[in-house]
Each structure stands twice: as structure tokens, then as C-alpha cells.
Design a protein around this ligand. Structure first.
Ligand SMILES: C[S@@+](CC[C@H](N)C(=O)[O-])C[C@H]1O[C@@H](n2cnc3c(N)ncnc32)[C@H](O)[C@@H]1O
Length: 179
């Protein structure tokens, strides 16, 4: 992507209310709408035996919903310390702090081997950079769900379309294959 296109995208995101990206962040903070959070976790069939990792966990909403509404354990990985602190406070208020952990960390440095579900709201370009790490570290059968952005030629196992303010947006599900 050309720099001018990236700059234009950032200006558009800021105009849409996104916070300025934290230094080192690959994408700015934007939230997944609550109804989409629920649909993502349902699409991945999250349950009490799962460990749900949200890579770039923002204010912690995916991780907290997984613990509160689906009885899973959750791990958030987020580069912005303010968002990590906010996530911990929201988890405390939701009464799920014992079942969730938030790491202040670059998602590309995180150990993903304990995940049974990974949730993503990044960009297509970041998904594509992340894909080799997902394929290397995730156990076969791990489900990966991405809001809005695909994984190139990694064929999804299923997909749904959600309506957000009259705009249809895809949610993708992949299942890591046996190696
Ligand atoms: C679009 S937001 C999604 C937030 C949350 N997952 C959600 O769906 O509501 C992306 C988040 O990823 C974080 N982020 C961007 N690059 C990152 C990186 N390299 N490592 C960890 N977090 C990152 C940003 O700070 C931001 O909070």
C-alpha cells in the first residue's frame, strides 16, 4: 500500500472517532460492536473448555465477553498500556478477573500455544503477516475468527455477514488443520 493511501486511511479512521495509534501499534484502536462480539464467539463455538486469545485486545471486550457469557478463559494481548489498564478494570467490574489475563505486549511476540480460539480485528495486511505465526504455533483444531478482514488464500471454514449501520461486514472462521 502506498504511504499516501495509509495516511489517508489513518485520517479517515481518526475522523471516524478512532484514537491515534499507540507507538509501535500496527493498527489503531477501534472497537468491535457488542453484537458482533457475541456473533464472533458463537461462530467459534466458544465454551467453558476454551482459552480465547484476542490479539490486539483493545478495551478487552472480546476476552471479557468470552469469560462472562461463554464461561471460557481469556487472554488479551495489547500494546497500549492504557488499554491494558482499562481492560483489567472492566474485567474487575464484570467479575471475571480470575478467568482473564491481559498482557502488555506486541502480538507478534506473544506465545499462542495455549490458545484454543484466537480472535482478530486487525487489517488484512496484518492478518497476512500474522498467518505464518498462527499456523506455526496454534494446535490443530484451534479456531481463528476475524472481523472484517480475510487471510488471503487461507480458505475459511465458514463465514457470516453482519449488518453494521446498514453496511454488511464479513466475519471469517478458520480451523487450524493437522500438520
Ligand atoms: C481495531 S482494534 C481491536 C480491539 C479489540 N480486539 C476489539 O475487537 O474491539 C486493534 C487493537 O490492536 C492493538 N494493536 C495494534 N498493533 C498491535 C501489536 N503489534 N501488538 C499488540 N496490540 C496491537 C491496538 O492498540 C488496538 O487496540
Amino acid at each position: 500500500m502506498k504511504c499516501s493511501t495509509v495516511a489517508g486511511l489513518v485520517v479517515l479512521l481518526l475522523a471516524a472517532g478512532a484514537c491515534a495509534p499507540h507507538p509501535g501499534a500496527d493498527v489503531p484502536f477501534l472497537v468491535t460492536p457488542p453484537e458482533v462480539v457475541e456473533q464472533m464467539l458463537k461462530l467459534a463455538r466458544v465454551g467453558p473448555a476454551d482459552v480465547v486469545y484476542d490479539l490486539g485486545s483493545g478495551d478487552g471486550r472480546l476476552v471479557i465477553a468470552a469469560a462472562r457469557d461463554f464461561r471460557a478463559r481469556g487472554v488479551g494481548v495489547e500494546i497500549d498500556p492504557k488499554l491494558v489498564a482499562q481492560s483489567r478494570e472492566y474485567a474487575r467490574r464484570a467479575g471475571v478477573e480470575a478467568r482473564v489475563t491481559f498482557h502488555e505486549q506486541d502480538l507478534f511476540q506473544a506465545d499462542l500455544s495455549a490458545a484454543t480460539v484466537v480472535t482478530l480485528y486487525l487489517t488484512r495486511e496484518v492478518n497476512l503477516r500474522l498467518r505464518p505465526k498462527l499456523e506455526r504455533e496454534l494446535a490443530p483444531g484451534t479456531r481463528v475468527v476475524s472481523f472484517n478482514f480475510d487471510m488471503g488464500d487461507w480458505e475459511p471454514a465458514s463465514m457470516l455477514r453482519v449488518d453494521i449501520n446498514g453496511r454488511t461486514t464479513p466475519v471469517y472462521l478458520w480451523v487450524v488443520k493437522p500438520r
